[in-house]
Each structure stands twice: as C-alpha cells, then as structure tokens.
Design a protein around this ligand. Structure first.
Ligand code: SF4
Length: 219
C-alpha cells in the first residue's frame, strides 16, 4: 500500500475509495500547490552534506512485514552523525535518522495534525525497517516556516495501533469494493474530486460499469 493513500483515507474514506476503486482524479488549487512544493523538495536541490549530517530528498522507503506492507517516498531524510547511531549503506560512520515531511500549510486543528502525523508515522515504520533504527520525525510547515517534532518514540504504541487500524479499514474497502457514503460532518470544500463525488446523474461505480461492458462483449 502506498503511504500517500493513508492521508487520502484519513481525510475522507469516500475520497480514498473513489481514487482507488473508481480511479477518479481531479486537481484543484490545493492539490497543485502541494504538488509544486513537493516537486521543489524532490528536485535534488535539497541534497546537502557537511561534517555533521547528510541530507537526502525524495528517499524511497518500505516495510514489507505483513502487518504493514507499505511503501512510499519520504520528502527528506537527514542522517545526523551520532556515535550511538546506526550504520547507513554508502556512508561512513554511524548516524541517527531524521525524517522531515513538508506541508504547505500548518493545520488548524488537532484532527488535521493527526492526519499529517500518521502519514509520517508510516514513513517512520518504513525508515526503521530499512535502516534498523528508531528514527525521529518532523513536519515542516512552509507557510509558518516551522519544524514540528512528532512524539512517535514516546507514543509509539498509540500511533502504531492507529496506523494498523487504518490499514485494516483500507484493506476492507479494497477487498469488498465498497465506496463508503459521505461521513456526517465531512468537510468537502477543499476536495478536488467533489464534482465526481456528487455527480448530477445517478450514483455509479466505474468498476461495475466496466465489468458489465465486458460481460456484454462476451455474451
Ligand atoms: S467531496 Fe467530500 S465526501 Fe466526497 S470525496 Fe471529497 S471530501 Fe469525501
């Protein structure tokens, strides 16, 4: 499962299902703004090293333990020299591993912070698996130019339970091919696929349409 999808699911389970089952997609200003920022972060200009640390952007990470089965790209990973750290392939010495995820805007409420944090926790689970370490993690909010440390190592069990719960719910949706109804109180104003979510015509599931077309061809 791609880590990016966890954030879609947490924002709105219906959005996740429309993207993954229907393959619906549309962009809006929020999506383009976030994409532009990530393009900038991933363009290689953030690669950096000095006597204290090595910084890499757009780093592939994964964890193929069955309870996670995750992969994705970390915006930025900093390898900070530390005599109590771990060895990193291709680097000499030992390092502590720090993940930094870039976000265009700081969240307005705790629920949004949790959405951002779970996505980074999934990256941490992958980074810890790849580098056999206990990485630290941060969110960087571009609008306020602030780095926020995430409390994963103190609250590991809590975040791990949340991540596994979301992964289980996402698997259920994919296995059952169900598109959940809109959640009560769901905020939709920033959603790029709102026009697809509330079609003016009858409700539809693209997969069902394609399957019935195939059945018609074969009969
Ligand atoms: S419009 Fe609202 S309910 Fe529909 S997918 Fe987007 S956020 Fe979810």
């Amino acid at each position: 499962m791609n880590i990016r999808m966890i954030q879609h699911y947490m924002y709105c389970p219906r959005r996740y299902a429309l993207l993954e089952i229907n393959r619906d997609w549309a962009e809006n200003a929020f999506v383009v703004n976030a994409d532009l920022m990530h393009e900038h972060v991933h363009d290689g200009s953030h690669h950096f090293s000095d006597s204290k640390k090595v910084v890499r952007s757009a780093v592939d990470v994964y964890n193929d333990l069955p309870e996670y089965d995750l992969f994705g790209i970390a915006d930025c990973v900093e390898f900070v020299k530390d005599k109590n750290g771990v060895a990193i392939n291709g680097l000499s010495g030992t390092y502590k591993v720090q993940i930094v995820e870039y976000k265009p805007k700081a969240p307005k409420g705790a629920a949004f912070l949790e959405t951002d944090a779970i996505q980074v926790f999934a990256q941490k689970v992958c980074a810890d698996f790849v580098w056999k370490c206990s990485s630290e993690a941060f969110l960087y909010y571009a609008d306020i130019r602030k780095r926020v440390a995430l409390p994963f190592n103190d609250e590991y069990e809590t975040y791990d339970a949340m991540l596994k719960k979301y992964i289980g719910e996402m698997h259920d949706i994919m296995e059952n091919h169900t598109i959940p109804s809109r959640k009560k109180g769901q905020k939709c104003s920033g959603c790029s696929i709102a026009d697809l979510c509330f079609p003016k015509e009858n409700k539809y599931i693209v997969r069902d349409i394609v399957m019935s077309m195939k059945e018609a061809e074969m009969s």
